[in-house]
Ligand binder design. Structure first.
Ligand code: NDP
Ligand code: 2IT
Length: 451
């Protein structure tokens, strides 16, 4: 490996030794941009990599709230304002008990590259809290969101930092967060948050965008490789949240047979094809567990997750696997099983869902691999379209937004494909995505001086 890259990687590991997910994300990028670093000797003197890796600002804060029993609870909130190079800090908020600084930083770091790939003027950020929305009443979630925003509001703004949803943060949470922001600021600033409901300034198609975008990207990748398509293919999709549901919807529209979905407890396997209306009823309306699918489909199978390193959904034979739940949910063990069963493509709807060794294994076994930074960029891209509608005080139709989203995903796939080819790793879209994004970021950094 190039000496400069090696030194930076070593320093990053030493400085952040207690942040494994962050180190994983940085390592993945650094090991794939070597040809660009070699071609630009000046980057070392400019400490370009060191500056990209160090967040501009990390904010952590106390979030006290009162539960339904009158008990005071305290959580830890975060906002990592990673890079404002290309636009206002931009990225989602995650509410999940596993949230910690390592996870916030890995997500924020990847967001810089993803947002650069989108071609839109947005910087990189991530935030969230170790709050667990599961089993909480609506009023508990509201009080929590109000407390979270009572601190966060001073750090965000339509031209400063624009949060959105992620795991555990959907339309309900964005609504409570927006209401509190508006109350504190005494003014309607629509562009301060995205993922708003359409009734008060949200964008049509934002709900569908990440899942649809993933399928548009996969469609392009399949087409570019022996003119393949979704039609008639078996698809398995982990998770059953926002990304998974709309990936399923679009894949079904393209004639695929989605045979399995999951949640953190287990997966359902329905040979006849997933009944997506029922999944939506269970997950979006009842906020229930996926196991309840069996109440209407007695012939479907439920397999409980016992070992996360060998998640049952990846043991089911499939043509296309779409991890759409969480980080490191597709292990080397799982990748081996997918390959043994003849998988042709894996597409990351979630952020960093595939372990590093699993990616390598898939690629060396000629499985087409669509990396998260590129494949799930449709969500944040549509957030940027929401921001521009808010600035114009205007609404595009669903078809207009969907058309823009589709074109963005086509452009992102082309950028990954061309960069991979140009830098000698043809067909490696993960490397292509990192290179294309890095080149854009590096150019902007050079132009803006030492900041
Ligand atoms: P949701 O909260 O809507 O859904 C998350 C889903 O993943 C749920 O089904 C959840 O199951 C499952 N899940 C979460 N943690 C685990 C785990 N440890 N093991 C197994 N399953 C798990 O989130 P989203 O759909 O919005 O996000 C999913 C992924 O996509 C995340 O990685 C997110 O960062 C990424 N992403 C999201 C975007 C968006 O626009 N929303 C954009 C780009 C990426 P359970 O209910 O049991 O917890
Ligand atoms: O990971 C992601 O790209 C998101 N959660 C969406 C971020 C956004 O600002 O829409």
């Amino acid at each position: 490996m190039n000496k400069y890259l090696e030194n930076v990687l070593e320093k990053t590991k030493n400085k952040n030794s207690n942040e494994p997910e962050f180190i994983q994300a940085v390592t993945e990028v650094l090991t794939s941009i070597e040809p660009v670093i070699v071609a630009h000797k000046e980057y070392e003197q400019l400490a370009l990599l060191e500056r990209i890796i160090e967040p501009e600002r990390i904010i952590t804060f106390r979030v006290p709230w009162v539960d339904d029993n009158g008990q005071v609870q305290v959580n830890r909130g975060y906002r990592v304002q990673y890079s404002s190079l290309i636009g206002p800090y931009k990225g989602g908020l995650r509410f999940h008990p596993s949230v910690n600084q390592s996870i916030m930083k890995f997500l924020g770091f990847e967001q810089i590259f993803k947002n650069a790939l989108s071609g839109l003027p947005i910087g990189g950020a991530k935030g969230g809290c170790d709050f667990d929305p599961k089993g909480k009443s609506d009023s508990e979630v509201m009080r929590f969101c109000q407390s979270f925003m009572t601190e966060l509001y001073r750090h965000i703004g339509a031209d400063i930092d624009v949060p959105a949803g992620d795991i555990g943060v959907g339309a309900r949470e964005i609504g409570y967060l927006f209401g509190q922001y508006k109350r504190i600021k005494n003014g309607y600033e629509g562009g301060v948050l995205t993922g708003k409901a359409v009734s008060y300034g949200g964008s049509l198609a934002r709900t569908e965008a990440t899942g649809y975008g993933l399928i548009y990207y996969m469609r392009e990748m399949l087409k570019a490789n022996n003119n393949q398509s979704f039609n008639g293919k078996k698809v398995t999709i982990s998770g059953s949240g926002n990304v998974a549901i709309y990936a399923c919807q679009k894949a079904q529209q393209y004639g695929a047979k989605v045979i399995a979905m999951s949640d953190s407890n287990g997966c359902i396997y329905d040979k006849n094809g997933i009944d997506l209306d029922l999944i939506k009823q269970i997950k979006e309306v009842e906020r229930g567990r996926i196991k309840e699918y069996l109440r209407e489909h007695k012939d479907a199978e439920y397999i409980e997750t016992i070992d996360r390193n060998d998640a049952p959904i990846w043991t089911i034979p499939t043509d296309i696997a779409l991890p759409c739940a969480t980080q490191n949910e597709l292990s080397l063990t799982s990748a081996t099983k997918l390959v043994n069963h003849g998988v042709i493509a894996v597409g990351e709807g979630a952020n960093m869902p595939t372990e590093a060794k699993a990616i390598e294994y898939l690629q060396t076994n000629d499985v087409l691999f669509a990396p998260a930074k590129a494949a799930n960029a449709g969500g944040v891209s549509t957030s940027a379209i929401e921001m521009s509608q808010n600035s114009m005080r205007y609404y595009y139709s669903f078809e207009e937004v969907d058309k823009r989203l589709e074109q963005i995903m086509i452009n992102i796939f082309k950028a990954c494909e061309e960069s991979a080819e140009k830098y000698g790793c043809s067909g490696n879209y993960a490397a292509g995505a990192n290179i294309a994004a890095f080149r854009k970021i590096a150019k902007a950094m050079k132009a803006q001086g030492i900041v």
